[in-house]
Ligand binder design. Sequence first.
Ligand code: IMP
Length: 172
Amino acid sequence: MKDKTFSVSITEQEIRQQVQRVAAEITRDYEGRQPVFLAVLNGSFVFAADLLREVDLPCEISFVKLASYEGTATTGNVREIIGMNTDITGRPVIIVEDIVDTGLTMAHMLDTLKGHNPQSIDICTLLLKPSKLQVKLDIKYCCKEIPDDFVVGYGLDYDGFGRNTKDIYTLI
Ligand code: IMP
C-alpha cells in the first residue's frame, strides 16, 4: 500500500471471534443497564458497527472526534471532544476505540468525559499495544493485544488509506 509493504496479521475470522467475545462480556456486565457507546472516529467506525450488532442490550451510540488545538501554555496541546450530541450525565458510558498506543488520547478523552458526570466509564478497544503505554489506563475490554508494530485495516489507516479491508495487516 502506497510506499509500504504489509502482510496479514489478524484474520477476519479471528477479529470476528474476538469481537463476539467482547460483546458477550459487555452484554453480561451491563445487564439491566442502557449504556451509551461513544465511538472515537475515524478509526473505530468498522469495529463499532460490528460490536454494536453483537451486543444484546438496549443501548445508544454516538460518534465523537477528538480535535487538537494549540492553546494553553501549560499543556500546549489540548484535545476537545466534538460531535457528542448525547447527554451522558448519569449514564453508563463505553468508549469504543480502534487502538490504544501510548494511551494519551484515551487519557484526554477520560478527563474530558468525566466533566460531563457520567455514571461510569469503561474503555473498549479493538487493539492494544501494551509495551507502548505511557499512562496508567484501566482497559476493561480489549479484543487483542499486539506487539509494537504499525497495523492497518478494519478501520485503521495508513495515511488515510487501508481502512476498507476485512483483515488487519502489519507493516513488514
Ligand atoms: P495514542 O494516543 O498513542 O494511544 O494513539 C491512539 C491513536 O493513534 C489511535 O486512535 C490511532 O488513530 C493511532 N494509531 C496508533 N497506532 C496505530 C497503528 O498501528 N495503526 C494505525 N493507527 C494507529
